[in-house]
Ligand binder design. Structure first.
Ligand code: DSN
Length: 416
């Protein structure tokens, strides 16, 4: 695949080869990562990267759009079909741009957004004070009522909505292992005249594959997502609107010309390819298996003395309190497991008393290992190996077993 690169730029070639070896020999448990098909990679590496296409299909600012228009329409139509959306903007360069584009389309400066607290599972782009959007809009937080079950404090959310009169009630997360009550949140939003917006970046593939509920079925107006997590496409973002054309038009304008320049047409082509893969019946099996594998890992953790935030998982990810349970920081655990060949990330837990760079928890999940064909038994084995490494602090002893598991399940080139 890298014939020309190898001849022309050995340094970059070596780095890519090293990364490919790392991915092949280790186990990827970062719940926001996955492996794309060879077809998706080929689309990403195509000559579409050479093209400027500001605007939207049929309305561009540059000539030569015969094929880019086709590609963007394929992506839009497939996205709409996957999620039951009336409108799709496939141009956001990533999940952050998708969220910012939605805010710019739906809000005026100073307007209020009600979003989930970061340490309770939310995301930086839901208005954390370190972001620039927090200087433009007024973000107000909600969180869990009970970290042992993960139940959101819906009554408090409703009371806050009535008091703050937000323009958007935002539901969605990057580190929350349970399902949300989408209907309750949509009703709260609509009760105060707000747009109900879901950030489904983590679970988009699970929604597309039917293993998690679709917020649009419960009245949500707008969904933002990345395309590279459970959806198993190229790195990028997307905004979907259920039925309100006024919202879709405002969001399109916000993305271009409001926020971005020329869309990355090679990525959009790769999104179209990934969406076609997600429309195939086998993707449903994948989505079910991701959740089953996470549940299998949670069973093993439940039998151990390592506490899981919310007591387990109902989706693809688990958040474990390693500091509270083992006296080891999230950073130490991440490093130790990395040495053993398991990649995951340190993560804050609800109301963490430790600093974000070395918090109390670790976050891990099953989207990538499921793409490699891991079963529930394999997943239990991974969980046992993780606990062994964490408890013995001996990464070397588990390294060979982890490599053997990885070798048993090579990264596939296609998923048919
Ligand atoms: N970085 C992504 C994640 O890991 O969840 C979200 O920003």
């Amino acid at each position: 695949m890298y014939e020309f690169l190898k001849k022309q730029d050995e340094e970059v070639f070596d780095a890519i080869e090293g990364e490919e070896k790392r991915q092949a020999e280790g186990l990827e448990l970062i719940p926001s990562e996955n492996y794309v098909s060879r077809a998706v990679k080929e689309a990403m590496a195509s000559s579409l990267t050479n093209k400027y296409s500001e605007g939207y299909p049929g309305k561009r600012y540059y000539g030569g759009q015969e094929f880019t228009d086709k590609v963007e329409r394929f992506a839009q139509e497939r996205a709409k079909q996957l999620f039951g959306a009336g409108f799709a903007n496939v141009q956001p360069l990533g999940g952050a741009n998708a969220n910012i584009g939605a805010y710019f389309g739906l809000l005026e400066p100073g307007d209020t957004v009600l979003g989930m607290e970061l340490s309770h599972g939310g995301h930086l782009t839901h208005g954390h004070p370190v972001t620039y959007i927090a200087k433009i809009f007024n973000f107000v937080r909600y969180g869990m009522k009970d970290v042992e079950t993960g139940e959101i404090d819906y009554d408090a959310l409703e009371a806050t909505a009535k008091k703050e009169r937000p323009k958007i009630v935002l539901a969605g997360f990057s580190a929350y292992p349970r399902e949300l009550d989408w209907k309750r949140i949509a009703d709260i939003a609509h009760g105060v005249g707000a747009v109900a917006m879901a950030d489904v970046a983590h679970i988009a593939g699970l929604i597309a594959g039917g293993s998690q509920k679709n917020p649009f079925d419960y009245g949500f107006d707008v969904m933002t997502t990345t395309t590279h997590k459970t959806l198993r496409g190229p790195r990028g973002g997307m905004i979907l609107v259920r039925e309100r054309e006024d919202l879709a038009k405002a969001i399109d304008k916000a993305i271009f010309p409001g926020l971005q320049g020329g869309p990355h047409m090679h990525q959009i082509a790769a999104k179209a390819v990934a969406f076609k893969e997600a429309l195939a019946p086998s993707f449903k099996d994948y989505a079910q298996q991701v959740v089953a594998n996470a549940a299998a890992m949670a069973e093993v953790f439940k039998e151990s003395d390592v506490r899981m935030i919310t007591g387990g998982t109902s989706n693809h990810l688990i958040l474990a309190d390693v500091f509270g349970s083992l006296g080891m920081s999230g950073g130490e655990a991440e490093k130790l497991l990395d040495e053993a060949g398991i990649t995951l990330n340190k993560n804050a837990i609800a109301d963490d008393t430790r600093k974000p760079m070395d918090p109390s928890g670790i976050r891990f999940g099953t989207p990538a290992i499921t793409t490699r064909g891991f079963s529930e038994d394999d997943s239990r084995e991974v969980a046992r190996l993780m606990l062994e490494v964490l408890k013995t602090k001996d990464a070397a002893a588990a390294r060979e077993k982890i490599r053997a598991l990885a070798e048993k399940h090579p990264i596939p080139n296609s998923f048919a």
